[in-house]
Write a protein that binds this ligand. Structure first.
Ligand SMILES: NC(=O)c1ccc[n+]([C@@H]2O[C@H](COP(=O)([O-])OP(=O)(O)OC[C@H]3O[C@@H](n4cnc5c(N)ncnc54)[C@H](OP(=O)(O)O)[C@@H]3O)[C@@H](O)[C@H]2O)c1
Length: 322
């Protein structure tokens, strides 16, 4: 990827997009194209086509999506399937039509079957039923991967797909309905600590096992792959560290410094029993994550504290930082 290439980071205000912009700038890629959701709604086909034909990006990181945890996926299944299908369909097709050299699409580990052999490898896609709460989101993501494969086959494009495990980092969504388990737990423990709560309730049994990958490692891997990987099949991006929600909660509790009790609410859904990615393929290409879970959570907690301070200042002054 040439340093002067026009690189469109779709979703640059999100967790992944922000980190991609930071890493690309650090590496000397200065010709970045960005549009906020308000400036360009990627669900609107005509607007997306106009953007691509006017701006002619050379490379695209497709990190715009409707993303959320179990709660949001259960409450808004229609939005999750509709918005994701529209965003990716419009972007992938316009990238092809305007001659983009390379596009990287972000899939998700939810695309793997609920009862998939662990660790899940790329060949396991479409080999079984999906987890029901995230099915609409997962179906959209699978469609994105298959669309990239089909365009590569028919139009000889170079559209690659990565399948990250759970991503987390300082710019995460904390305490909202859109938050994933790790940032949601940071918020819960912090709130419990400052309010002196006796206990914290964690959704589900605590038994499911999950894998987490720190955001800066994801951005570095994405840039590494867009510059070095030309395969048409999706590629897993995992940390190799697999941990139960109970163990994760204990690590976060320690880092936040909360002294109370942990209660697991078995009436809430657990999701898939285990999700760990087989990262053999990406390791063979030469990529390794650099951030341990403890280090990443400590950085994420700092990010959370900064976000809390900012929103407290906004509440006091009535001035919203944008
Ligand atoms: N986070 C994870 O754990 C995880 C794990 C695996 C895969 N992924 C994948 O990684 C990618 C990035 O996820 P993320 O965590 O960075 O999500 P995120 O923080 O929610 O960011 C999503 C970005 O997409 C933008 N966006 C949403 N709808 C849009 C629309 N209609 N038009 C234009 N922009 C729109 C958002 O802007 P607004 O905020 O203004 O709407 C935001 O900038 C997604 O494809 C996701 O599926 C994420």
């Amino acid at each position: 990827m040439e340093k002067q290439a026009r690189i469109y980071v779709a979703g640059h205000t999100g967790l992944v997009g922000k980190s991609l912009v930071r890493e690309l700038n650090k590496k000397g890629y200065t010709n970045l194209l960005t549009r906020s959701h308000q400036e360009l709604d990627l669900t609107r086909q005509i607007e997306v086509e106009r953007f691509f034909s006017q701006e002619r990006p050379d490379y695209v990181f497709l990190a715009a999506a409707r993303v959320g945890g179990i709660g949001a996926n259960s409450s808004y299944p229609a939005d999750f399937i509709y918005e994701n299908l529209m965003i990716q369909t419009n972007t992938i097709h316009s990238a092809y039509a305007s001659g983009v050299k390379k596009l990287l699409f972000f899939g998700s580990a939810c695309m793997y079957p609920k009862h998939c052999l662990q660790p899940m490898n790329e060949d396991n896609l479409l080999t079984g039923r999906l987890e029901s709460t995230s099915e609409p989101y997962a179906i959209a993501k699978i469609a994105g991967v298959k669309m990239c494969e089909a365009y590569n086959r028919q139009y000889k494009t170079s559209f690659i797909c990565i399948i990250p495990s759970n991503i987390y980092g300082p710019d995460d969504h904390f305490g909202s309905q859109d938050s994933h388990v790790l940032p949601a737990l940071i918020d819960k423990f912090h709130q419990a600590k400052i309010n002196n709560f006796d206990s914290v309730i964690v959704w589900g049994s605590g038994n499911p096992r999950r894998e987490f990958v720190f955001i800066d490692d994801v951005a570095k891997a994405a840039i590494f792959l867009i510059t070095s990987y030309n395969g048409s099949t999706a590629i897993n991006l995992g940390s190799g560290e697999n941990i139960s929600i109970k163990e994760l909660a204990m690590v976060i509790k320690d880092i936040v410094g909360y002294k109370g009790e942990l209660i697991f609410d078995n009436t809430k859904p657990d999701g898939a029993p285990e999700k760990s990615l087989d990262a053999t393929k990406i390791r063979k290409l030469g990529w390794l994550p650099k951030t341990s879970l403890e280090e990443g959570i400590a950085k994420t907690y700092l990010g959370y504290q900064t976000a809390v301070k900012l929103s407290n200042n906004e509440a006091e002054t009535g001035v919203k930082k944008i």
